[in-house]
Every structure is written in C-alpha cells, then in structure tokens.
Design a protein. Structure first.
Length: 186
C-alpha cells in the first residue's frame, strides 16, 4: 500500500463514518417517535324537523249558516279537525264573534265532540266563547288524529219581539301547538 492509497482510504473513512453516524442518529430519532394509531369514523349525523300542520274539513267556510231563525229553533253544524303533521300537538279554539241580540243570552252555543254530543266542551252565550281566552281542547293529539265537533246554536224559546231581525256571527280559529320539547339520548 502506498501513501496515496492510504490517504484515500483515510479520507473515505472520515466521510463515511460521520455520515453513517448521522444516518443512525436520524433512524433512532424517527424510530423513537413511532406509536400505534387507530382510527374510526362516524357517518354523518342527521337531524330532521317534524311538521306541525292541520286540516279543517270546513277550512275558509262557515260551520253553519241559517236565516229566519225563530224562538226555539236550533241549528247544528260539524267540523273535523285533523292533526295532519308528523308531531303530536295540543289544540285550542278561538272565537271572534259578535252577538247583536238585545239580550245576548237568548242565543246560545254548545260545542261537543261528535263521540259525546251530550257532553259539551263549552256551552254559553253565542259570541262569548273566548272572552277569557282561547279554549284549550283536552289532551294531546297524535299525528294523524282527527276529532269532529258539533256546534249547536239555539235561539231561546223565551226570545221576544225585540230580537226580531237581529244578527250574530262568529268565526273560529283552530291553533295547533307543539307539545313540550323532549331531550333525546341515543
């Protein structure tokens, strides 16, 4: 071996050894940061609101209309209200009425469920149904539930001549109100 060959080997070792040490250190640094990894995915969570709607068998139409009423006459009409939404609801009824009779008590109104016509949910002077506020109808109505009500107006047999030519009218508004909110846990 001559001096030139020894010099080249020495120079090569001087470059290779530090390079090898650097690569080893890099491998240790990268290797020591390694850890196991696991992943999972939940598909898109979704939310859909329900609907609160109703149908009225006589929407935008009078429940009853009659002229020439005389003392003792009664007039009945029916209306069916259906909870046509997907949510349960409570219902209330509001009357906007005028009673032009000299003695307003001569004209009475009775509202009863068709399933129990002798058990009125309200009975009193025509036009005074919601003097104290809307009438809450009993119970919550399930989605799709329908209820029929019979409205009966009666002119008292005792109505005298002062009631001739008098008028009374009322419109009825049915409101569906969502039931209490629920916290769901899944």
């Amino acid at each position: 071996m001559n001096a030139a060959t020894t010099n080249r080997r020495f120079t090569a070792r001087r470059i290779i050894l530090p390079l090898a040490a650097l690569l080893a250190a890099a491998a240790v640094a990268v290797g020591s940061g390694a850890s196991f990894v696991s992943s999972s995915v939940n598909t898109a969570s979704s939310y859909t609101t329900g609907t609160l709607t109703q149908s009225n068998s006589k929407a935008n139409t009078a429940i009853f209309t009659l002229g020439n009423l005389k003392p003792g006459d009664s007039l009945s009409g029916t209306v069916t209200i259906t909870n046509s939404g997907s949510l349960p609801a409570s219902f209330r009824l509001t009357e906007t009425g005028t009673n032009g009779f000299v003695n307003p008590d001569n004209l009475t109104l009775k509202i009863a469920p068709s399933t129990a016509p002798t058990t009125p949910i309200w009975s009193g002077t025509f036009g005074a149904l919601t003097a104290a506020g809307p009438l809450a109808l009993a119970g919550d109505w399930a989605a799709g539930e329908a209820r029929t009500y019979v409205f009966t107006a009666t002119l008292a047999q005792s109505a005298n001549n002062t009631e001739q030519g008098k008028n009374a009218s009322a419109s009825y508004q049915w409101d569906a109100i969502q039931t209490a909110a629920v916290a769901y846990n899944q």
